[in-house]
Design a protein around this ligand. Structure first.
Ligand code: IVH
Length: 684
C-alpha cells in the first residue's frame, strides 16, 4: 500500500524534476542569448567569468540529470558560430579551446594530471600570455599567404582573408628558409587591438553617435568582421602567433621551437614567454606577469600553460573541446554586472559636483566594489544611465571602477532618470555649469563641503602632513565655526580641540603638535596644500624652487609664470588669479604671521647635490626605515627627480622589499639598482 508519505514524496520528486527541467531550460535560453550578444552583436552584457559560471551551473544540473541533456544544449558544442557575410571555411585541424583554472591549486592539479598521463615526471611547460582578443588562423601555400580564417565554432570559421591582408604584423610571404619546412603551413595566433587604438576607435564612434565597444576584444572582433577591408586597415589590428601547423600536423618537436620558428619567419610572437622546468616556475611567471599586466598596452586575461613536447601533446590528446596538454590560468575578472541602486552627488574642494553610482556590492579583481564615479552629467547622458539600471562595470589596474554600459534588456520600466541638482546638495548654494564645460560647480564661497575638501587636502601627506585631521574632525571644526579657512588651523588651542566629540585630550594634543610641526614644511608643500586650480605637487615644487618664497610667487605676473618651462598659460593665469584675490592675499599673510614657513631656507642652487642633480629615480618596494614619500623628498630636495616607471632615462631604481615588476624592468634595461643602505651613503 502506498502511504501518504510516499505519495507526497513521488509528487515532490515530480515537481522537483519539473522545476529542474525549467531551470535547465532557463539557463540554456540565457546562455544562448549571451552567445548571440557576444558573437553576433559583439555586445556582451556579462563578463566571461559570469558566462563561465552559467555554463558550469548548467553542466552540473546536466550531470545530475543526464536524461535531460539534448544535443543542442550549449554544453554540447564548442562555443561560437560563424557570422553571416563571409564565406565559410572548414578548419583542417579543429581549433580547440582551453580549459580554465582560476587559482594556484588548480594549476597544480593540472600538473598532477599531466604527470599521471605521462611517465610520472612533471613535463616541461611553456608559459605564454593569454591575449584577450580573437583567435585567427593564417594559411600559407609554398610560403605565400593564401587565407585567413576566424575560429568560428572551432570546426568552421569565416574566411576573412581580405581583412587579414591589412594586418601588417602578418607576413604576406614567408622567407624561403622558414617556408621550406612544409608546402602547407598554418600559423595560429590571437588578434587584438592595442589599448590606445581601442580608445581612439571608441572616441570616433562616439563622435559618429555610435555605441562604444565594451572592451578591446569586442572591438577587435567587430573590426575583423567588417565587410569593408579599408575600415579594418585603418584600425590597426595586431596578431601574436602562438601555434604552427605544417601539413595538418604539429610542425616541431617542441612548442618552444614552434614559437621561435614563427618569430624568425616574420610573425610577432609575444616576448613574455618562458620555458619552465616545473609548475613552480610556471606559477612564478603567472604572478610576475599579473604585476606587469597594466604596463603591456594590450589586454591579457591570464596565462596559457602548454606541455612543451609535441610527442607528449599527442599522447595526452584532447577531451571534446579542449586539449589535455594545455590550460588557461585566468586572472581575476575586471568586469562584472551589478545594479545602480542610487546616484548621489559629492562636492569636492573645487566645488565640483561629482555624481557617484551606489552599487550593489560586487567582487571585482580581488576587491568588493560598491561605488563608482560617474564623473559628470555628460557621462550619465552618454551612458544613458538611470537609477535602478543594471550595468557592466570594469576595473583596469588600480584605476577606480567605471561604468562601461547600461544593460538595457534588464530594464523593468521602474528605473528613474537622474537629475543633476540645481543647488549644492551640501550648502544649498547656487550651482553653475558654464557653457562648454562638463562640470557643474557649487559657487558659494562658504560651502562647507568645499572647505572640508580643502582642509583634508591641506592636511594630506603630500601637503602639510597634519596626521589626525580627518573627515570627522574637519566636519566638526567647520560646524562649530572654529575654522573657516586653512589659516584658522593655526589659532586652534588644546581646549578648542579637546571640546570636540570623540576627541580625548591625548588625541587633541597630538593633532596640535602635528599642526605645529606642519609650520616648518617646505614651501612647496604649502603651495600644493593651498589647492590652487591646476597646481599639482610637481608644479608646486617647480614654483617653490623658481621663486624661493610664497611672497615672490604671489607677486609674479602672468608673463613671468608663463616663462617657466613647465608652466603653460592656463596654469599661469590660474596661479596669478588666485594670488590676486584679496581674500587669498590676506590668507597668505595670516599663514606667515602664524609662523608657517613661506621662504625656502637656502637659495635652491646651494642645495643641489652633484650626485642627485638632474638624476631620475624610480622607487619600488618597501624600504626598511623610510617611506617612499620620505625618500622622494630627500631626492627632490637635492635636485633629483622621481618618476613612476622605469625606462632607459632612469638613472637609479631604489628598491626595497617586494619590489615587483619595476625591478625586473631595471634589470632588463641595465639600470642601476640601489638599496636603502646605498641610498643613505649617497645622501652622505
Ligand atoms: S592556445 C589548443 N595560446 O584563448 C590551444 N590560446 O580560451 C588553443 N588565446 O581560443 C589555444 N592567447 O583564442 C593559446 N597564447 C595563447 C593564447 C590563446 C590567447 C585564446 C585563443 C583560444 C582561447 C582559449
Amino acid at each position: 500500500m502506498t502511504s501518504g508519505r510516499d505519495i507526497f514524496s513521488t509528487l515532490h520528486n515530480h515537481l522537483a524534476s519539473r522545476s529542474i527541467e525549467k531551470t535547465i531550460k532557463k539557463l540554456r535560453d540565457d546562455i544562448r542569448r549571451h552567445d548571440e550578444l557576444y558573437y553576433l552583436h559583439e555586445n556582451p552584457e556579462i563578463s566571461d567569468r559570469e558566462y563561465d559560471a552559467l555554463i558550469e551551473q548548467l553542466r552540473e544540473f546536466e550531470n545530475q540529470h543526464p536524461e535531460l541533456i539534448t544535443p543542442d544544449s550549449p554544453t554540447q558544442r564548442v562555443a561560437g558560430r560563424p557570422a553571416e557575410g563571409f564565406p565559410e571555411f572548414v578548419h583542417r585541424v579543429p581549433m580547440l579551446s582551453l580549459d580554465n583554472s582560476y587559482n594556484i591549486d588548480e594549476l597544480r592539479a593540472f600538473d598532477e594530471r599531466c604527470r599521471k598521463l605521462g611517465d610520472g615526471k612533471s613535463p616541461d611547460y611553456v608559459a605564454e600570455l593569454k591575449i584577450d582578443g580573437l583567435s585567427l588562423s593564417v594559411h600559407y601555400d609554398d610560403g605565400v599567404f593564401v587565407r585567413g580564417v576566424t575560429r568560428g565554432d572551432g570546426f568552421r570559421g569565416e574566411d576573412v582573408t581580405l581583412n587579414v591582408r591589412t594586418i601588417r604584423s602578418i607576413p604576406l610571404k614567408l622567407n624561403e628558409k622558414a617556408a621550406s619546412i612544409a608546402p602547407e603551413i598554418e600559423v595560429r595566433g590571437e588578434c587584438y587591438l592595442g589599448l590606445k587604438i581601442f580608445e581612439r576607435i571608441n572616441a570616433e564612434r562616439e563622435d559618429a553617435g555610435e555605441a562604444r565597444f565594451a572592451n578591446p576584444r569586442n572591438a577587435a572582433s567587430g573590426t575583423m568582421r567588417q565587410l569593408d577591408p579599408s575600415i579594418t586597415a585603418r584600425r590597426r589590428l595586431e596578431m601574436f602567433a602562438y601555434d604552427v601547423i605544417a601539413c595538418q600536423r604539429k610542425a616541431f618537436a617542441t612548442h618552444w621551437d614552434a614559437l621561435n620558428w614563427a618569430e624568425k619567419a616574420g610573425f610577432r610572437v609575444n616576448e613574455n614567454r618562458k620555458l619552465c622546468k616545473s609548475i613552480d616556475e610556471v606559477i612564478y611567471f603567472c604572478n610576475r606577469m599579473e604585476a606587469k599586466r597594466d604596463d603591456l598596452g594590450y589586454e591579457i586575461d591570464g596565462v596559457v600553460v602548454k606541455v612543451n613536447s609535441t610527442a607528449l601533446q599527442e599522447q595526452f590528446g584532447a577531451t571534446g573541446k579542449a586539449p589535455r596538454w594545455a590550460i588557461a590560468y585566468k586572472y581575476a575578472a575586471r568586469q562584472a554586472t551589478t545594479r545602480v541602486n542610487d546616484i548621489v552627488v559629492q562636492v569636492g574642494r573645487t566645488g565640483a559636483l561629482t555624481p557617484v553610482a551606489m552599487l550593489d556590492p560586487v567582487p571585482l579583481s580581488g576587491v568588493t566594489v560598491s561605488r563608482s564615479t560617474l564623473h559628470n552629467e555628460e557621462e550619465i547622458e552618454r551612458l544613458g544611465l538611470k537609477i535602478g539600471d543594471y550595468v557592466l562595470i570594469e576595473r583596469g589596474g588600480d584605476v577606480i571602477p567605471k561604468v562601461v554600459k547600461v544593460i538595457e534588456s534588464k530594464r523593468t520600466g521602474k528605473e528613474k532618470k537622474f537629475r543633476m541638482p540645481t543647488v549644492c546638495p551640501v550648502c544649498g548654494g547656487n550651482v553653475s555649469r558654464p557653457e562648454g564645460e562638463a562640470v557643474s560647480r557649487c559657487i558659494a564661497a562658504d560651502c562647507s563641503a568645499q572647505l572640508i575638501g580643502l582642509l583634508l587636502h591641506f592636511a594630506s601627506r603630500r601637503a602639510m602632513r597634519i596626521e589626525g585631521l580627518g573627515f570627522a574632525l574637519a566636519e566638526q571644526l567647520i560646524e562649530k565655526k572654529m575654522v573657516s579657512d586653512v589659516a584658522d588651523l593655526y589659532s586652534l588651542t588644546l581646549d578648542d580641540l579637546a571640546s570636540l566629540e570623540r576627541m580625548a585630550k591625548k588625541s587633541a594634543s597630538n593633532v596640535l603638535s602635528q599642526i605645529e610641526a606642519s609650520k616648518s614644511r617646505d614651501p612647496a608643500n604649502l603651495i600644493y596644500g593651498l589647492g590652487v586650480r591646476h597646481v599639482g605637487e610637481r608644479t608646486a615644487g617647480i614654483l617653490a624652487r623658481h621663486f624661493g618664497s610664497l611672497e615672490r610667487l604671489g607677486d609674479a605676473t602672468v608673463e613671468q609664470l608663463d616663462d617657466i618651462h613647465e608652466i603653460g598659460l592656463t596654469m599661469a593665469e590660474s596661479i596669478h588669479d588666485w594670488f590676486a584675490d584679496s581674500g587669498n592675499k590676506e590668507l597668505c599673510a595670516r599663514l606667515r604671521k602664524a609662523g608657517v614657513r613661506t621662504e625656502l631656507a637656502e637659495q635652491p642652487q646651494k642645495k643641489v647635490d652633484e650626485r642627485f642633480a638632474g638624476k631620475v629615480f624610480v622607487l619600488t618596494g618597501t624600504l626598511p626605515s623610510m617611506t617612499r614619500d620620505e625618500a622622494r623628498e630627500l631626492i627632490e630636495a637635492r635636485g633629483g627627480r622621481v618618476t613612476g616607471s622605469v625606462s632607459k632615462k632612469t638613472d637609479f631604481v631604489l628598491a626595497g622589499a617586494d619590489p615587483g615588476s619595476k625591478l625586473d624592468k631595471a634589470n632588463e634595461l641595465g639600470v642601476s639598482v640601489i638599496d636603502e643602505a646605498e641610498f643613505k651613503k649617497m645622501l652622505g
